[in-house]
Design a protein around this ligand. Structure first.
Ligand code: COA
Length: 434
């Protein structure tokens, strides 16, 4: 029998489903590639009745109507990861950022988000139910799994475009209170052709990656540039919080096959997926993919079970003792901690593991150095100097772990942009670092 017949009583319009939400509720909204857009629009339409509504949401690719300036007095918006739109909203007092390791966000949702712990409502997006009545959370399991499990009410948008991804992603229709149909296309992020700086960084990092390594890579030009250098490597694996299109090419050519992984061999372990239709088609019903809650994928003790684990993440600024700032510059919340610290820790604990922080040597069109003598206040430390291992720029690699402060300063200045090196050296001497 068709699922629509079986779920007849639960199938509502977005308007009807949102009418089930009580004013002053605490609401979890799906994020990443799973933003429930139909519900989002209706929350705005019904904001007068619902106010004040507390909303928590992870990374939003693109925009969200929930952050429309006109919603300021109706919604309290808590962001788990800042993007450009969220950054402005935080600055204007329309959103708040929650500092929290990605691996610990499910615990926050379950225990600390509302006065009673979990959310009153979880709004999620799922694939259509299979013959046994199971929907897949698809491209975003991360925090959504916990939210769906611990919320008092679950409203799900069924999307025919949502892939059915294997792993801890399944939710039975019996555990969903209301269903809405919304078959909008998933958001897409394309591989950006690497510029010369990213290509150079990619080449340096490629040299650090041995055959049979297991990789964690984020989104962006540097991870894509790294992937391009791996064509001749053998038997690579993936244990990452996410993968994008670039990984699919290396799987299809057999470079990434996960056969030598020491943990979950044969499986690509991830917690969310973002790319283009190419990726979404690839992961659909693909037993090689194992998508799991972020409390599992990003648990450093789980990550560490992968020998030759290599984590590759980016940063905004690093000081000469190796303190890595990846989230904020002088109180401007540019992004979030994400899984950086989880994977740095996991890779450091792994047998023969390496953690790499990579970024172009300058920002603001070459005007400022990303390697600085010391951070200003409001430039928060993401990865501590005690945990940082390798730092890469287009000028090479600095190995920091097991190196003294003076050794670190020397090797970081050597990979700073040449036009800033003398100033950095002088500042370091003045401060007795050098
Ligand atoms: N001083 C001032 N501004 C700086 C800066 C610095 N040192 N470095 C970067 N910026 C600004 C850029 O100018 C840019 O501003 P814009 O958006 O107005 O153009 C913005 O910060 C983002 O910088 P950019 O270099 O374009 O960022 P990116 O897209 O390469 O991402 C991080 C870099 C650090 C923000 C990103 O990797 C991140 O969020 N990391 C933390 C989370 C993480 O590691 N997750 C794990 C993998 S998913």
């Amino acid at each position: 029998m068709n699922w629509k017949t079986i779920c007849k009583n639960k199938l509502l319009s977005a308007k009807e489903a949102v009418e089930k939400i009580k004013p002053k509720s605490y609401v979890f909204m799906g994020a990443f590639g799973s933003q429930p857009k139909g519900i989002e629009k209706e929350l705005v339409n019904q904001s007068e009745r619902l106010k004040p509504l507390t909303i928590v949401q992870g990374t939003v690719f693109g925009t969200t109507a929930l952050l429309d300036p006109r919603m300021k007095n109706y919604f309290r918006y808590i962001s788990l990861f800042s993007t450009k739109e969220v950054r402005i909203a935080i600055k204007e007092g329309r959103a708040e950022y929650l500092p929290c390791l990605f691996s610990e966000q499910p615990e926050y949702i379950e225990k600390y988000f509302s006065p009673n712990g979990g959310p009153d409502v979880a709004c999620i997006q799922v694939s259509p139910p299979d013959n046994s009545g199971f929907c897949s959370l698809g491209v975003s399991v991360d925090v959504a799994r916990k939210a769906a499990d611990c919320s008092k009410m679950v409203i799900a948008e069924i999307n025919n475009n949502m892939p059915r991804v294997h792993g801890d992603s399944f939710i039975h229709v019996n555990n969903i209170d209301y269903l809405i149909e919304n078959h909008s296309p998933l958001p897409e992020i394309k591989v950006i052709e690497a510029d010369t700086i990213s290509s150079k960084i990619g080449e340096y990092i490629g040299e650090l990656i041995d055959d049979e390594s297991t990789l964690q890579l984020g989104i962006g030009t540097i991870p894509d540039a790294v992937l391009k250098t791996l064509k001749h490597k053998k038997n690579l694996g993936i244990h990452s919080e996410m993968i994008s299109d670039g990984v699919v090419d290396l799987i299809e050519t057999g470079v990434i096959n996960c056969t030598k992984k020491t943990y979950m061999p044969g499986k690509i372990v991830v917690t969310f997926l973002i790319g283009t239709k190419k990726l979404y088609d690839f992961v659909n019903d693909n037993p090689m993919i194992m998508i799991s809650p972020v409390s599992y994928t990003n648990n450093p003790n789980i990550i560490a079970q992968n020998s030759k684990m290599v984590s590759i993440n980016s940063a905004l600024q690093v000081d000469l003792v190796g303190q890595v700032a990846s989230e904020a510059i002088q109180y401007m919340q540019i992004s979030g901690v994400g899984g950086q610290v989880d994977f740095v820790r996991g890779a450091n604990l792994a047998k023969d593991g390496k953690s790499i922080i990579a970024f172009p040597s300058t920002a603001k069109k070459g005007e400022i150095s990303r390697i600085v003598c010391g951070h200003n206040s409001g430039t928060f430390i993401t990865t501590s100097r005690n945990e940082v291992d390798y730092v890469a720029t287009e000028y090479g690699i600095a190995k920091l772990k097991n190196r003294t402060v003076r050794e670190r300063a020397k090797s970081l200045i050597a990979i700073a942009h040449p036009k800033f090196r003398e100033d950095l050296e002088n500042e370091a001497k003045d401060l007795n670092i050098f």
